[in-house]
Write a protein that binds this ligand. Structure first.
Ligand SMILES: [Zn+2]
Length: 463
């Protein structure tokens, strides 16, 4: 099967230019102008007036994550399908090691969830919630199996939390096996004390935002960066939300440390105010919490200056009715997480490129190329060039649409962006040479997504 994508403007992190793209089987085999006159193809996709971009890569999703006695609603089938609708063709999800269990058991469980269900390619990071001699030894094996990143938490005492010694041991091991440490950095011990005081004064969701001080994200971020420095290991801060945390990352990067960080659309477009309005605010409960609006311009600055390299979603959807209401009488019991995997590309295009904050090339970089580089998928994923996987999106930068739970494809009963109009939408989405979404219709296949065995990256050279 040969497909010609003709007449579009190729946009990569490096630049933009008009050219046709020829796909043969699963790969891009030729790029050039006027290919229609010289090559034969089984199908031609007209991309005139539109961008031809590498498919989005979302390196932070939680399909079917168990949390607070329930599970995130999207399965690998529904979640990856929603991702595809939004122009994302690769997700990296978090397999979870439960306390007292091995990494292997957690990894096997995640393979079982994804295999035969995902409609686009996927990889895994490993969440470590129990650092022991045995789990430390398992880390090396996981790196060899294409799972080279390990996420640890300074938050959620009693669940995912690791103390500094445990984190440091995992860091030392990773320094030897060449992998990457990912950190959820909030001071969970202090936050639990503050949250207990806060709930005594009021049980509404706003308490969730008020209790999780931004300064305590800054403190934990600074601490884990210094632990990583001592262990001589690269560190990646997940879902950075606060100016104080960005300051810590910026300082480390200015020192030349291999410190990396992502933020998420919710921290760029939503704020603490959304946590108000009584229990409606439960729709916006995630950790770290939404911050006051004054953090947003700082995060944009971080993206412009490359102190933040990636925007991922932390997609972790819970229904408002039947799941979020577990915390009706105590905001601490509201499952933490928001839906987002479907809307990331469009929100960033609209609020970033159309709004004049970033170039379209930078938009591609933070949503696809940089995640591919940092997470060992480049150049197979994350760019448009000969020999790479044909994960391609024909993107209309002018089409406007309104985000709504009525029309989205995520398996969740609300949208954080209900009624918001965005400019820019994916018209055709191709995963390894097969069209999976066209004109708002899913034509892919459940189970077509493959597990991505990822390599370690040369983090030091990317610092
Ligand atoms: Zn997460």
């Amino acid at each position: 099967m040969r497909t010609l994508i003709s007449g579009g403007t190729i946009v990569t992190a490096e630049g933009s230019y008009p050219a046709d793209v020829l796909v043969d089987g699963e790969r891009i085999v030729q790029i050039g102008q006027g290919l229609a006159a010289t090559v034969s193809a089984d199908e031609t996709i007209d991309a005139s007036g539109r961008y031809v971009i590498p498919g989005g890569i979302d390196v932070h999703t939680h399909m079917e994550l168990p949390f607070g006695g329930t599970f995130a609603k999207d399965t690998f089938e529904t979640g990856t399908r929603a991702a595809a609708f939004g122009g994302t063709t690769t997700v990296v999800d978090f397999a979870v090691q439960s306390k007292g269990k091995s990494l292997r058991e957690g990894l096997d469980a995640w393979h079982a969830k994804a295999e035969g269900n995902a409609v686009i390619d996927y990889g895994f990071h490993m969440i470590m919630s129990d650092v022991t001699d045995a789990s430390l030894a398992e880390m090396d094996q996981l790196v060899a199996e294409g799972i080279p990143d390990f996420k640890l938490f300074t938050a959620y005492p009693g669940v995912f939390y690791s103390d500094d010694g445990a984190i440091f041991r995992a860091m030392q091991r990773t320094a030897k096996n060449g992998g990457l440490i990912m950190m959820h950095a909030e001071n969970g011990l202090a936050i639990d004390v503050i949250a207990a005081d806060t709930v005594a004064a009021g049980t509404d969701p706003i308490g969730h935002g008020l209790a999780r001080y931004s300064g305590l994200e800054g403190e934990a971020t600074s601490r884990v960066i210094r632990l990583a420095e001592a262990a001589k290991v690269p560190v990646y801060i997940v879902h950075l939300s606060a100016r104080e945390a960005l300051d810590a990352v910026r300082m480390a990067r200015d020192e030349g440390l291999p410190t990396f960080a992502e933020t998420c659309p919710q921290y760029l477009f939503l704020s603490l105010d959304d946590l108000g309005h009584g229990f409606e605010g439960a729709k916006f409960v995630c950790s770290p919490p939404l911050r006051t609006e004054d953090h947003q311009p700082e995060l944009w600055k971080g993206l412009v200056k490359d102190d933040l390299q990636v925007v991922s979603t932390d997609h972790c959807p819970f229904d408002f009715h039947g799941q979020k209401d577990l915390g009706k009488d105590d905001f601490r019991k509201i499952p933490n997480g928001l839906p987002g995997v479907e809307d990331r590309m469009d929100l960033l295009h609209d609020g970033g490129v159309v709004a004049g904050r970033i170039s379209k090339e930078r938009w591609v970089e933070i949503t696809s190329t940089a995640p591919a580089r940092l997470f060992g998928m480049y150049p197979r994923k994350g760019t448009i060039s000969v020999g790479t996987d044909a994960d391609i999106v024909v993107y209309d930068p002018n089409r406007k649409r309104t985000i709504s739970a009525k029309t989205h494809h995520m398996a969740v009963d609300y949208s954080c962006y209900e009624g918001r109009s965005v400019q820019g939408a994916a018209d055709v989405v191709m995963s390894r040479g097969s069209v999976v979404v066209r004109s708002g219709e899913f034509i892919g296949r459940r189970g077509a997504g493959q597990f991505l065995k990822r390599a370690t990256a040369d983090y030091a050279r990317m610092a």
